[in-house]
Write a protein that binds this ligand. Structure first.
Ligand code: KG4
Length: 339
């Protein structure tokens, strides 16, 4: 008999549902919320309202595209945390209601491990190279910057993480200071391709071990910009491509430097990247460059699986289903939870 998992993701501002059948992805539907653009950041109350509007049509569409009826589902996997509580509650409550009405088990998924396990998403008849355990994964998003030692599907250890801002958060804030739109990541990425990454230098952190810090860089960017604007009021407009390229290069350098240290320390050459910031071209190029320089075998997710999506939640749920690792109906959502 087939194993069919419905995955539900609603941790931040994307409502998503996906179907995985016997380990293969059949559908992945994502409804993004444009409502936050006007505010320059995610507004939690608006996010949870939009999830409420989107969840039913998104799940319906995922089932339809997969050609699967809800009665065929084996289990429902959902993001339990970390994330915005109001957003999580919509997905968690929906999963509970649907699982109970169908009389099938529920599987709770940690959003962070979902990002890591996105590397195992397979689509029938598509070639896809997967990492072999143990491997390192750099998880970089709007809320996290972590180096993870992935020993098995269900065994992950954080080797280092940011002590303040996440990389994506720093990019978004610097982009906001420059008066660019939201989210800043893709805008900075696009501008950076036309700029000189060596035009400006910003301060880099000196943090021991494998941890990261990005708040100093953010402050350095802000103060430098303030000085330049005093001398040249249209400084940003004239130099935005160079500013974006230099900022991106600094962040990529910081991320790769610690990752290289971790790879050396743990003698691992299988290195993956995951999370929203892994869509960044500068970071992807750095991975390819390190692959050549250090003989790494690198794993970079397809663009659709970098930002929040339910395919990764369904995939993680599929693995837990093999272990019959289900969660009780009263399982609460967690806004803060580690791996
Ligand atoms: O993983 P994600 O969708 O959401 C969570 O934070 O969980 O990541 C969103 C972050 C945002 O900070 C966004 O600006 C960043 O990923 N991002 C990018 C790019 N695309 C998204 N950062 C740099 N370059 C990109 N192309």
């Amino acid at each position: 008999m087939s194993t069919i998992i419905l995955g539900i993701e609603s941790s931040c501002d994307d409502t998503s549902a996906a179907i995985i059948k016997d380990g293969y992805l059949l559908s992945n539907v994502v409804a993004s919320q444009a409502v936050h653009e006007a505010y320059g950041g995610v507004v939690p109350e608006l996010a949870s309202r939009a999830h409420q509007q989107n969840i039913v049509p998104v799940v319906h569409e995922a089932l339809k595209r997969a050609g699967v009826s809800k009665e065929e589902l084996s289990a429902i996997a959902f993001t339990r945390g970390p994330g915005l509580m109001g957003s999580l509650l919509v997905g968690v409550s929906f999963a509970k209601g649907m699982a109970r009405s169908l009389g099938i088990p529920m599987i709770d998924v940690n959003h962070l491990s979902g990002h890591v396990l996105a590397h195992f998403i397979q689509v029938k008849d598509e070639e896809h190279k997967q990492p072999v355990f143990p491997f390192l994964c750099l998880l970089v998003s709007g809320g996290n910057s972590q180096i993870i030692l992935v020993k098995a599907y269900n065994d992950m250890e954080i080797l280092g993480q940011t002590i303040d801002d996440a990389a994506g958060e720093a990019i978004d804030k610097c982009s906001k200071v420059m008066g660019l739109g939201y989210p800043g990541g893709p805008i900075i990425d696009k501008l950076a391709r036309q700029g000189n990454p060596k035009a400006y230098s910003f301060s880099k952190p000196h943090i021991p071990g494998l941890d990261y810090s990005f708040s100093g860089l953010k402050t350095s960017f802000l103060y430098s910009l303030r000085n330049w604007l005093q001398e040249e009021p249209d400084f940003i407009e004239r130099h935005k491509a160079d500013l974006a390229a230099s900022l991106e290069a600094t962040i990529v350098d910081i991320l790769m430097d610690k990752l290289r240290k971790a790879a050396k320390q743990y003698a691992i050459r299988q290195v993956a990247v995951a999370g929203g910031v892994s869509a960044n071209n500068g970071l992807r190029n750095a991975f390819m460059d390190y692959a050549k320089r250090y003989g790494w075998d690198v794993f970079i997710p397809q663009f659709g699986y970098t930002t929040d999506n339910a395919a990764m939640i369904a995939m993680a749920g599929y693995f837990k289903y093999q272990d019959r690792d289900f969660c009780p109906m009263e399982a609460p959502a967690y806004s803060r939870v580690t791996l």
